[in-house]
Design a protein around this ligand. Structure first.
Ligand code: GDP
Ligand code: IMO
Ligand code: MG
Length: 429
């Protein structure tokens, strides 16, 4: 298979950025196809850390990077991120970055609404990243969005802007907020337009061309399957489809182009924001994993919730997303534990479940059934061959593979790009 689609198979932050960067040297193009700057993808190359939210993780290795139509694009966030990454010595030009001209924009009014809703929800809040992601997707499907291509037609934007602002003014009034200042918004768009338009193009056409020429395409998912708006722990989800199928619709290529589906899976579980989390650990083991794994959000700096590996959830994610093989990351974080546990099922209302039920109340009431395994005292950190892993770690990986019914293609043993063990090459398999 020539192309590879990388998706998160848990609640995000599985290490997608590291793996995409590692695979990018074998690819000709990296494409983001959903989400926005709610994503935080970390790359560590020779001790230097890059944090990317909107830019595809191929940008650092110089691979052509494409922001597809499925992404919601905050143009100011893009400008800031380009400046930040350029400041780290990476050159970003219209040669190595392309932005779909049919991307909907995230505007300041979307961020406002995200914040107003979260504040009003109090304890019931989703715990969003506050980036305006949900409201921007709502306007896209509501056919009110301002898109990248509109930036080239600002002189005739008024009727569209009126429609969008009328909608938002009504919502804002409900929160006791003043209406949107249309003139100021138009002015802000005028100021940012040349920056975005420099990269804007019909990317489906570019991708068609490179595909015909035999290019290898790497699709980079954001978030994770359990945050998918259909398949995730609704309503505690993001507002896009994070599953592999979105790689096609979110980039303008057909479903026969997405190739090998590589699910990125952390060797334990984390979640940031509210919502059910059956294997959450609120004891010192959870504390220790959080510290060893540096489990703080890349985007918001929030402490991530931490728990044992949940094989039920990952098996479900792999099935829903048609995962061909997984990359198991952060195995080193488990080093030094006397024993490790894997969730193999749930107990709910006296019954045993081998899947996560759909209703939020049922999800919250699921009690994990654990299988315990011996841990390992040796270090796996920085291991670059399977043979270097301790026997107990190998057993743990093999058990995960059996339970999730999916083979392990890669194992990651540190944040560094090259501390990666290749077992099956997704570009060849
Ligand atoms: P993403 O959103 O899926 O790209 O993941 P994040 O970058 O938000 O979070 C993953 C974190 O784990 C980052 O800080 C990575 O540098 C780090 N990381 C990735 N792989 C490994 C690994 O194998 N071991 C350790 N210790 N850290 C890792
Ligand atoms: P990466 O790509 C982890 C979570 C938020 C919140 C919910 C909705 O780095 O894995 P949103 O702002 O999208 O409306 O928030 O989704 N969330 C993430 N959690 N990793 C991410 O991205 C996330 N992007 C959004 O914390 O619970
Ligand atoms: Mg992240």
């Amino acid at each position: 298979m020539a192309n590879v689609t990388v998706i998160g198979a848990q609640w995000g932050d599985e290490g997608k950025g590291k793996i995409v960067d590692w695979l990018a040297s074998r690819a000709d193009v990296v494409v983001r196809f959903q989400g926005g700057h709610n994503a935080g993808h970390t790359l560590v190359i020779d001790g230097k850390t890059y944090k990317l939210s909107l830019l595809p993780s191929g940008i650092v290795s110089g691979t052509l990077s494409v922001i597809g139509n499925g992404v919601v694009l905050d143009p100011w966030a893009l400008r800031d991120e380009v400046a930040k990454v350029e400041g780290q010595g990476v050159s970003i030009t219209d040669e190595n970055l392309a932005v779909a001209d049919n991307c909907p924009l995230i505007l300041p009014l979307h961020r406002d609404l995200d914040g107003l809703r979260e504040t009003a929800a109090g304890k019931g809040k989703i715990g969003t990243t506050g980036r305006g992601i949900g409201p921007a997707y709502e306007d896209k499907v509501g056919r009110r969005a301002i898109r990248v291509c509109d930036l080239a037609h600002l002189d005739t934007l008024e009727p569209q802007l009126d429609r969008l602002c009328a909608h938002h003014d009504a919502l804002r009034a409900g929160f006791g907020q003043p209406p949107v200042d249309r003139a100021a918004l138009l002015e802000e768009l005028r100021e940012i337009a040349p920056f975005v338009l420099k990269f804007a193009q019909p990317v489906w056409k570019r991708l068609k061309k490179v595909r015909r020429a035999g290019a290898k395409i790497l699709f980079e998912g954001a978030q994770g399957v359990l945050l998918d708006v259909d398949h995730g722990t609704y309503p505690f989800v993001t507002s896009s489809n994070t599953v592999s199928g979105t790689a096609a619709s979110g980039s303008g290529l057909g479903p026969n182009s997405t190739g090998y589906v590589l699910g990125i899976v952390k060797a334990y579980t984390t979640r940031v924001g509210s919502g059910p989390f059956p294997t959450e650990l609120e004891d010192e083991v959870g504390q220790r994993l959080g510290e060893r794994g540096h489990e703080f959000g890349t985007v918001t700096g929030r402490k991530r919730r931490v728990g044992w590996f949940d094989a039920v959830l990952v098996r479900q994610s792999c099935a829903i997303s048609g995962v061909t093989g997984i990359a198991l990351t952060k195995i080193d974080v488990l080093d030094g534990l006397e024993k490790v546990a894997i969730c193999t099922g749930y107990r709910l209302n006296g019954k045993v479940y081998d899947y996560l039920p759909s209703h939020a109340a049922d999800q919250a009431a699921c009690e994990p059934i654990y299988e315990e395994m011996p841990g390992w005292t040796e270090s796996t950190a920085g291991a670059r061959s399977y043979a270097d892993l301790p026997a107990a770690a190998i057993k743990y990986i093999q058990r995960i593979q059996e339970l999730i019914e999916c083979p392990v293609a890669l194992v990651s043993t540190s944040p560094e790009r090259d501390d990666t063990i290749l077992m099956r090459d997704p570009f060849v398999d």
